[in-house]
Design a protein around this ligand. Sequence first.
Ligand SMILES: [Zn+2]
Length: 721
Amino acid sequence: MHASGLAHYTVNMQTLVFVAAVVAGLSTLFTSLSRADFGPDNPFFHPSSLPFQAPPFDKIKDQDYQPAIEAGMAEQLEEIQAIAKNPAPPTLENTLIPWERSGQLLRRAQGTFSAVVGANSDPTLLQIRSIEAPKLAAHRDAIYLDAKLFARLEAIYQQRKSLNLDPESLRLVEYTYDEFVHAGAKLSDADKAELKKLNEELASLSNTFSTRLLAATKDGAYVTADKGALAGLTDAEINAAGEAAKGRKEEGFVIPLQNTTQQPDLVSLSNRATRETLFTNSWNRAEHGDANDTRETIAKIAQLRAQKAKLLGYPNFAAWKIEDQMAKTPEAALRFMDALVPAATSRAAGEAQDIQAVIDRQNGGFKLQPWDWEFYAEQVRKAKYDLDEEQVKPYFELNNILQNGVFYAATQLYGITFKERKDLPVYDSHMRVFEVFNAGGSSLALFYCDYFKRDNKQGGAWMNSYVDQSKLLGTKPVVVNVANFAMPAPGEPALLTSDDVRTMFHEFGHALHGMFANSQYPSLSGTSTARDFVEFPSQFNEYWATYPAVFKNYAKHYKTGAPMPAELMEKIKKADKFNKGYDITELLAAAELDMKWHTLAASAPLQNPDSFETEALQQTHLAIPYVPPRYRSSYFAHIWGSGYSAGYYAYLWTQMLADDAFQWFEDHGGLTRANGDRLREMILSRGNTEELEQLYVAWRGAKPSIEPMLKYRGLAPGGSK
Ligand SMILES: [Zn+2]
C-alpha cells in the first residue's frame, strides 16, 4: 500500500470495516449514553479558542477523547432528529444547511483523535479506537438509513432544478442525495433489514479474514537454524532475525513476512534455496488448508458483496462501489488498466532480459523465477546507475528541503509564504507549526509537521486535517503532515534519502489540497474527494522535488553549501525509472484481480480462489511467471479487510492524473505563478464542489490521457530503460 495519504480516510475506513456490526443494538446504545462525564472542563466542549481553532494539545488528555466522541455522536443524533422531525416543508435552509452544521463536537474530537491515535499512540488511545469504531459505524447507519431525514432530502433533490441554487449548493443537494441512496436509503424496510444483515455478515467475514491473515502471516515466517542460509544479509539484519527468533522463543533465525508478495530481504539473500523458500512461504501463506486458510472466506465475501450490490440495484459490487468515484464505472477503470498492460508487461519483459543476462553471465544455469527478481534487479541497478544513497544524503538536509524545496516550490507556484509559530501547543517537542499566508498577505491556514519516527507512530507517511475549511462554519484549514524519517543524533542534521524527499513533497501536495480549500460546505471541502482523485494533488506535487529550478534551490551540501554535482543529480533522475515495468505490472495484476472478484454477478457460484485467480490473470494478459501480483487474492488485505474493494486501481489512476497534469505544466512554461494560480483556482481550491471529471477536464482542456504516464514512467515505446 502506498501508505501516504491514507489518513484522510482513517475514519471512513474503520467505519467500513465495522459497518452495521452493531446496528441491532442502536437504540439502547444512544439512550443509555450518559453525559455526566462530559462538561465544560473537557477541552473539546467548546471550539478551541486558539488561532484557527487549533487543537489545544497542552490541555488534551487521553481520557478526554472518549466522552467527547460519545457526546458528539449523541449531539449529532439530536441535531439530525430535529431536522428529520421538522414539520415545515423541506428546504435547503431547514434541512441541508443544518445537516452541514451538525456534528461539530464530534468532528472536533474525532479529527484530533484520529490524527493522534495514528501519530502519537498509546494503549489507552488504541483501546478507545477499538471501542468507538463500531459505535461510529452504527452512528453512520443510524443517520444514513433514517427514512424521515431521507424523505426531506429527496423532496429537495426532486425540486432542485427550480430552486435557483448556486452551483455549490446544487452539488451539495445532489451529492448528499447520492450518498444516501448509495448507502441504501431508498430500499424498502424489508430490504433495509436484509442490507443490515448482509453488512453484518460481511463485517464479520472481513474480521475473520483479517484475523486469519494476521495469524497466517505470522506463521509464514522463514525460520532457519543455519546462519549460512542468510548469506547476503548485513550483520544488523542477521541480528534482527536472531532477535525475531528470540521474540518468538524459537532457536536460530526468523524472517517475518511483510504483507506484499515480494519480501524486502529477497534483495540481498544470495542463497537461492533460501530465496525460494521465503518467497513460497509468502505466496502460500494463507493457503495451507488449515485454520488460517482464507480462501473459503474470500469466496464467501465476494458472493455476499455481489448479493448486496444486487439488492441495491447494481449488476455487480464494483458498479456500486465505483459509482461515486471519478471513474464512475468498472468499465472505465478496466479500459484504463487494459491500456496500460501491453506497455507495462513489455517493459517488464525487457527488465527480465537484463536480469537473465546477469544470471547467465554468472553461469547461474537457471531461468529467472519470481524469487530471483529483486536480488538480480538490485545488481542491474548498481551496474546501470551506480547510485549510492550515502553519497546523496548530505545534500538532503530536512530543514533545508522544507524551506528551500517544499515551501520554495509552493511560493513560486502559488505565491504563498510561511512563518513559523512557536506559540501554538504541539503533542511532541519536535513538531513545528507554520502560519501560511496568501500572496497579498492575508492569512490562509496553519501547517503542522511531525516528521520523525517514533515507536508510538504507525508506519508510512500521511496528511491529516485537524480543522476543515468551511465558509459556512467560518473555519480555516489546520493540517498536519506526518512521516517516519530517521531521527538524527542530538546536534546532528537530519539527512534524508531521495525517497524521503519525495515523500515530503507528496504529503505537502495533500496539505495544499487541504489548505487551498475554499468551499462553503464542510462535506465538500479540501481532501473530501473520491479515492481515485485524492492522490492526484499529492502525486502531482512530487514532480517539483526533481524539477531543476527547485532541485537546484535545495540540493546543497549541509556543511559546505555546495550544490549537488551534476552527475550525481543525473544518476538520481535515471534511477527514478528503474524497475518501473515490474512495479506497474505487479500493481496492475493486483488491481485487475480486485476488479475481477468484484464484477462477479450475484448469480455466480461460489468461486474456487486458485482457479479464479489463474483465469483472471490469463484473461487480463497478466499471467507472467516472473511478475506475480503484488498481493495474491488470499492475502489481499486492501480488498477483503479494508475499504479498497474495487478501488485498488485508484493508485494507478491518480498516477495517470498527476502525470497528465504535469504534462500540461510542461506545455505551458512549467513552474510559474500563472500556472500555479490556475491549478489552485480550478482544482486545488475546489474540493468536491463539482463532479470530479468535469473539474479535471475544465482545467486540462481534455480528458486525462495515459500517454504522459507512459512517457514519464519510461513505459513508452523506445523509452529509456
Ligand atoms: Zn498520498
